[in-house]
Design a binder for this molecule. Structure first.
Ligand SMILES: C=C(O[C@@H]1C=C(C(=O)O)C=C[C@H]1O)C(=O)O
Length: 280
């Protein structure tokens, strides 16, 4: 059994289709045991050896882990679910404090790169839970990721009525316009020693994950129906998010983007260098 750390946000739902739906869920349950948690926690579990496979932030990749080819959580331009909210009249270059959701790893490093490399600013990051009003009451800016960011966008007027006018930046878009590469958040990473006879082969793993993603993308309408009662977002927003905001294919542009992200993150001293990306 491969122990899998998965994320319980809306965006990985298409990747998880076969694991959560008939007809393949039962068969996959013989090869994989799933456990859902937050992105930062997935990485911690994989690195601590409590999981063998995890959907992990690219900020958490280390030389010991191999990237599984095929799937990713990325965005080609606007992602919606990663918001940097800046209280006016501050801008990228004047913000001094950023209240940041600790569920995130990649997004925080992207924000640090945007501040340090592209705005010559070095604000302090204050860890916080994902409550936009409380966050903006204690800092010049806030970073929200995942479902709380999507929900905050819907409550924008109410939030600004409490904390004053703000500028809302989509971090994937901000990264893309400065670098011209996709914004990549997460990949499936595996501890390579957990694969092979008599356990699962690498080829079977790649096949299972890609098939699940492909089936998920063919069932976007079913996912919209499943998620609409679970989250306060309109079916149209969920549909657009799953079919247009998030990009699920780990292509060569995304691989290049991961390398560029890690190179910049090392340059501005946010993450250790990762010169050789290990692919399964
Ligand atoms: C796009 C998103 O991707 C997530 C963001 C991550 C991060 O910032 O570390 C990690 C995993 C992804 O599921 C999101 O949740 O909004």
């Amino acid at each position: 059994m491969l122990r899998v750390a998965a994320i319980n946000f809306l965006n990985p739902a298409p990747l998880m289709w076969d694991f959560e739906h008939a007809p393949l869920a039962q068969e996959l349950a013989q090869r994989y045991s799933l456990h859902y948690t937050q992105p930062s926690q997935c990485a911690a579990e994989l690195l601590a050896g409590r999981a063998d496979l995890g959907l992990i932030p690219i900020a958490a990749l280390t030389p010991e882990l191999a990237v599984v080819p095929g799937c990713t959580i990325a965005s080609l331009n606007e992602v919606r679910s990663i918001q940097l909210i800046v209280k006016s009249p501050n801008t990228f270059s004047t913000v001094k404090t950023v209240s940041a959701d600790t569920a995130s790893r990649s997004s925080l490093a992207y924000a640090e790169i945007l501040f340090r490399k592209f705005a010559s600013n070095h604000p302090a990051f204050l860890p916080a839970s994902a409550d936009p009003i409380a966050m903006l009451q204690q800092a010049d800016a806030a970073i929200l990721i995942g479902d709380p960011a999507l929900l905050a966008l819907e409550r924008r007027e109410q939030i600004e009525a409490e904390v004053g006018p703000c500028q809302w930046f989509d971090l994937a878009h901000e990264w893309h316009i400065r670098t011209n590469v996709p914004w990549v958040a997460a990949v499936w990473a595996v501890r390579p020693e957990s694969l092979g006879e008599p356990r699962l082969s690498a080829a079977q793993l790649v096949e299972d994950l890609e098939a699940s993603r492909n089936h998920g993308l063919l069932h976007i309408e079913d996912l919209v129906k499943e998620w609409a009662p679970r989250i306060e977002l309109s079916p149209a927003v969920i549909r657009h998010y799953l079919s247009s905001n998030i990009h699920y294919v780990l292509n060569t542009d995304c691989m290049h983007a991961i390398k560029l992200f890690r190179q910049y993150a090392a340059e501005v001293d946010v993450l250790p260098a990762l010169p050789d990306l290990r692919l399964l």
